[in-house]
Design a protein. Structure first.
Length: 199
């Protein structure tokens, strides 16, 4: 798809470089036993840098399927420019791929694990509220032009907790976040237990 657009632009004497930014992930928010948020998302954004006659324009789009429309917009934007400003493109054939960085997230299993943390209230009479946040992000970045391919990707899990301890009618709130490369639920649970003990 990207290479096709590059070739179509070349026929029009337009040199282009396309940055493809893909984001996939999920967000979960739980307050005590109430699931406030449980969503999965996937987005793709393309940033196109195009040059012709020493003029450079940029275009953002969520789709590059309609080649004719994109080329028409590029031409119109270039024609509207008065000044010339040539931009350089990425060079060299570099492929940087972090293997196995994308994980398959089983939302039901993750949700059930996080809901287990509410059992901590049963074992601690001072723990009045516990709010859990969890998100997973997989990011894939690709930069392509006629001669170059640059690629990078990564995945990360973010855990967060708001804990309210009530002793003698006084509320004490503790908040923390942690980021991991894998779904390290046990580490997150240990951190929460430690925060409860410290309160």
């Amino acid at each position: 798809m990207v290479s096709d657009l590059i070739n179509e632009c070349k026929k029009e004497n337009i040199n282009i470089e396309i940055k493809t930014d893909k984001n996939e992930g999920c967000n979960i928010n739980i307050f005590n036993l109430d699931v406030k948020k449980n969503e999965v998302y996937s987005t793709v954004n393309y940033t196109i840098k195009a040059t012709k006659d020493d003029k450079t324009v940029f275009l953002n789009s969520s789709s590059i399927n309609d080649y004719k429309k994109i080329i028409k917009i590029i031409k119109n934007n270039i024609d509207a420019l008065d000044s010339k400003e040539k931009n350089s493109f990425a060079k060299n054939q570099i492929l940087n791929k972090i293997k196995n960085s994308k994980e398959t997230i089983e939302m039901n299993k993750v949700l059930n694990k996080l809901l287990e943390l509410n059992k901590l209230k049963e074992n601690n009479k001072y723990l009045s509220n516990i709010e859990i946040e969890y998100s997973y992000l997989y990011k894939n970045l690709l930069i392509e032009n006629e001669k170059t391919l640059l690629k990078d990707e990564y995945g990360m899990h973010t855990f967060g907790a708001d804990i309210v301890i009530n002793k003698n009618g006084i509320n004490q709130t503790s908040r923390f976040f942690m980021t991991t490369k894998t779904f390290d639920f046990d580490k997150f649970k240990r951190r929460i237990i430690l925060k409860i003990k410290e309160a």
